[in-house]
Design a protein around this ligand. Sequence first.
Ligand SMILES: [Ca+2]
Ligand SMILES: [Ca+2]
Ligand SMILES: [Ca+2]
Length: 147
Amino acid sequence: MKFLILLLAFSVAYGQLPFTCIHDNHDKRTTEHVIHMVLTDMDHDDDGKITAIEVMGTFIVDFDRNPLDQRIDHDEFVKRWEAHYRDIRHFATYLFLHLDTNNDHYITTADVSNILLDMDYDRDGTVTAMEFKEWLRDLYTNCRIHN
Ligand SMILES: [Ca+2]
Ligand SMILES: [Ca+2]
Ligand SMILES: [Ca+2]
């Protein structure tokens, strides 16, 4: 009950978009399975490092469909995330809300810079595959809601 109230409070804060931060998947894929899929998509050249261009390629170019405007709105993100990774829609909404780091209702290059900083745990200017997985695992297993 407490949790429901918490969720309700969050959805009001985010303009009525219902979401859940509890991972569930249509095909019963585990958290680790999905994380592995996302990493495989993200690390295009398979060198064990995640660059800004790769994050943009995956989170912006691959999701940017309708409208094609170099920014990803909630619908674009959730539709593809659910279809491709098979996570439930309300969990995809939670991911979108997190990835929209500046709360302007779109994922853009500005968010990519913030996301990369977030991923670079040891602050050495490089995001390794390990850091990327750690970041995503944290997102998948802990409720990471920002204001
Ligand atoms: Ca778009
Ligand atoms: Ca944004
Ligand atoms: Ca690093």
